[in-house]
Design a binder for this molecule. Sequence first.
Ligand code: FES
Length: 476
Amino acid sequence: MRPPSAAALKPTPHERMDPGTRHLARRAFLADQYRLTAAGTERARAAGLVNADWYKPPVARALMKTLLQRSDTGAIRDTVLWYALIVTSGVLAHFALGTAWAVPAFLLYGTLYCGPADSRWHECGHGTAFKTRWMNDALYQVASFQVLRRPTVWRWSHARHHTDTLVVGRDPEIAAQVPTRWSVVLGNIAGLAHVSGELRRLLLNVAGWLDAEEETFVPESERPKIAREARIWAAIYLCVFAACIALHSIVPLLYIGLPSLYGAWLYHFFGLTQHAGLPENVTDHRLNCRTVYMNPVFRFLYWNMNYHVEHHMFPMVPYHALPRLHAALRSEMPPPYPSTLAAYREIIPALVRQTRDPGYSVERPAATDCRGRAMSQWVAAGRLDDIDDEDVRRFDHGGRTFAVYRMGSEVYASDGLCTHEQAHLADGFLFDHVIECPKHNGRFDIRDGRPLGAPVCIALRTYPAKVEGGRIFIEI
Ligand code: FES
């Protein structure tokens, strides 16, 4: 045998790194997975996570119709009250100028200016706050400015967030990426990360360009609108700067512009409760969203976005109907968090653990029946037509992988991986109700999972499956 060459014995660049540098390189590699233009996107697509079929509990049509009713009255009342609070705090801040009271007064003003603008931006973006369309659009534009989110870009960003929630390489709005980078988390809470990123992209938009990642979800036809909005915003900021120069004072900027920075902490405080620490790359909102009971003041400021599981499942339901939707779905949901504090008791330790262990995520308890027993659920697993007769297809759900088999009009389902080693049975060969593993030809009966000889000796777990209206459902 020839000895290995000197080149083969040479350490790779990775091996030459000292442990600290290697650790940083690994973190950079993991952070890169979130880029919408990186390999993570292709991995998400290959895993069937792009535009996947998400779990949705059944809701009676009659009930859903009542929940979907839009109304101007409540949203007008809430909006008038919100702006009255902003104006009042702004007047207080004005009278506090020149005293130490100016600091808390402006903090209050900025918090009211920017914090609730997040949920108003969000609800009006969905078009569900008001019944009247132009009211949604008008408040959407103003709230976008207050929270510093370019209106058209973020409308598309949020649509993607709903399609591929917490899918790495697809979702542009994953706030707490793993491993946890505390500089980013704390930078976000201080508003710095968001504001600096948005201002850089705003300048690109003023010039008529778009960030490369944003190009992946914004249609080409939207570019003129994005440039127009960016130029209007730039003109407003220039007016504010001009006022500062004319008055030899930073006060105009403290009222318009800077609140998007120093008032941002509130929406990050609310926003982290939505998904932080929960598993990525699953297709069930009960696993990757939180519903948190909040007090009435928080619910007003946050426009009921604390019912976040329900919102993700049914984004057409307006904010004022979310408590009723939550009540209707209680039996289908994991238990809600009793308070914001309770949510943070879970989030902070989870983020700390994810600093060192990127594979960790919080596991939500399953939905339970009235006796606290875990309930199984029928999950939609694609269309019958999508599987050829006597064939098998892979189906991923809730972080697990399954194999779905078709024999004529009959369907069967089992765990997706062979019980011998890690091989996907969906890559195997199906004949006469027998699936043959692609790796070592182990065979299972798909009707009950029986192993049919070496090298497999452990039974495959099977699941009830049925076809309704041309769609396959499996009970897991
Ligand atoms: Fe399936 Fe070996 S991995 S038989």
